[in-house]
Design a protein around this ligand. Structure first.
Ligand SMILES: NC(=O)c1ccc[n+]([C@@H]2O[C@H](COP(=O)([O-])OP(=O)(O)OC[C@H]3O[C@@H](n4cnc5c(N)ncnc54)[C@H](OP(=O)(O)O)[C@@H]3O)[C@@H](O)[C@H]2O)c1
Length: 326
């Protein structure tokens, strides 16, 4: 089968489109013929092994110390079940599914054997593979951030890094909870963010949201690029600051912020629950959540897709189309 192999951490050029043996599913696995994968900023960070300081140690232990232990990267996937192991009852040949391969990765390939208990679920009737492939990263994290902040109707919520995979979900989920949402991102993403329902938009390249004197009940920093002190100051009494990409200095400052009785700093990695995937896919299928798909790249051109995402050009989801024939 065709796949993209990454034999060392490095720039996008380390990704090689090549032939590898097709996997055989074990008794507890299903074999998925991939239709779509995606490139997230997280995928680029894994490929380059460039993440927030403290995360590097657990990440390298999980993924491979000197080089990726699983050389086929990619975690978001959508495709068709083409074989099931002897112990699989929850999927059948012909099911259309999407989900995350988590630390097993392997989505940049024509086939992937996945555990029957992986965070994967069926694709609703009438919905295509590209529409759902971006739900796991953006949706599960966006939902987790909004839930953890206990966003309530009428509250003011600012989302920093709102125009990406996670932020575009967080904006819509906060709006659904009745919040007044301010979306902060690069200028060329602000029209898209208004289209997703943001009440106010701020271009981070021309305006510092902490300098306006405005205060918020909830601030969600998706990208880890805030100035901690002024951002904490910009919270209302009772406010919550969620660190979606917590760098060490922010975490240390969060400890000192604990002394403040009425403001909270939160950070916690999102889980990957099938119930949450089902909840999110229903919102997408009904049109209550819009998936913002930016561009498609063929699997053979994945290095270009990584360059595009890494350069910050992405507006929403970058979809990888998997070839159906060799
Ligand atoms: N906490 C968790 O559990 C968790 C899980 C998955 C991912 N993450 C991390 O979360 C981060 C975001 O992921 P994502 O997939 O949403 O990335 P993404 O799709 O690339 O979105 C990030 C957005 O932030 C914008 N941005 C960059 N610098 C900014 C700044 N200074 N102020 C405001 N916005 C800025 C980017 O725009 P431009 O680059 O165009 O300027 C982009 O639109 C990644 O670092 C990822 O590793 C965290």
């Amino acid at each position: 089968m065709k796949a993209v192999v990454c034999e060392r951490y490095g720039p996008p050029e380390v990704l090689k489109y090549t032939d590898v043996p097709e996997p055989t599913p074990k008794d507890d696995e299903i074999l998925v013929k991939m239709r779509a994968a995606s490139v997230t900023l997280g995928d680029c960070e894994v490929r380059a092994s460039r993440v927030a300081g403290w995360v590097i140690v657990p990440l390298r232990l999980a993924l491979g110390v000197m080089k990726p232990r699983q050389p086929i990267l990619g975690t978001e996937m959508a495709g068709d079940v083409v074989a099931v192991g002897a112990n699989v009852r929850n999927f059948a040949v012909g099911d259309r599914i999407f989900g995350s391969t988590s630390f097993g990765m392997g989505a940049y390939a024509q086939f992937k054997a996945v555990s029957k208990s992986a965070p994967i679920t069926g694709i609703p009737e009438g919905v295509d593979y590209a529409t759902v492939v971006g739900i796991p990263t953006g949706g599960l994290n966006g939902l987790h951030f909004v839930r953890k902040c206990e966003v309530k109707p009428g509250e003011s919520v600012l989302i920093n890094g709102a125009g990406g995979s996670i932020g575009s979900f967080a904006v819509q989920l906060a709006k659904q909870r009745g919040a007044e949402v301010t979306a902060v991102d690069r200028g060329d993403k602000l029209e898209m963010l208004k289209g997703l329902g943001a009440d106010h938009v701020i271009d981070y390249q021309t305006e510092d949201f902490t300098a306006s004197g405005k205060h918020y009940d909830v601030i969600i920093d998706v990208v880890g690029k805030i100035r901690f002190g002024p951002t904490f100051e910009a919270l209302n009494e009772g406010g919550r600051l969620f660190l979606g990409n917590p760098y060490v200095p922010h975490m240390i400052q969060a400890l000192t912020a604990k002394r403040h009785p009425n403001k909270k700093v939160l950070f916690q990695l999102a889980g990957e629950s099938i119930d949450d995937l089902d909840y999110l896919k229903a919102l997408v299928a009904s049109g209550a959540i819009k998936m913002s798909i930016d561009r498609h790249f063929p699997l053979s051109d994945i290095a270009a897709a990584h360059r595009y995402v890494e350069a910050g050009h992405k507006k929403g989801i970058v979809v990888i189309d998997i070839p159906q024939e060799d």
